[in-house]
Design a protein. Structure first.
Length: 91
């Protein structure tokens, strides 16, 4: 967990690359910190059991109105183009 300009961020290193779960809450909010610690514990447990979701979608907080098709399209575009703005929009 880390403080990203006041926003809480979970960072995970996979295959030598950093992956992030952004905005589970404000860094100074103890409830958000507990939520982020629970996410970290779930990721650790799944990694130990060999059941880690490498896309990290299982661990991201659900957002109302989330369009999975749009996320899949953004992921494909990010992998294809490797442009920072597309990758940032996907994350």
């Amino acid at each position: 967990m880390r403080d990203n300009n006041g926003a809480l961020q979970v960072r995970l290193r996979l295959d030598g690359r950093d992956h992030f779960i952004n905005r589970p809450g404000r860094f100074e909010d103890p409830v958000a910190q507990a939520r982020a610690q629970a996410i970290c514990a779930e990721i650790w447990r799944d990694a130990q059991q060999g059941d880690l979701d490498l896309a990290l979608n299982r661990y991201r907080p659900l957002v109302e109105g989330r369009d999975q098709d749009l996320l899949d399209a953004l992921r494909s575009l990010a992998e294809e183009k490797k442009q920072a703005r597309v990758t940032h929009a996907y994350r």
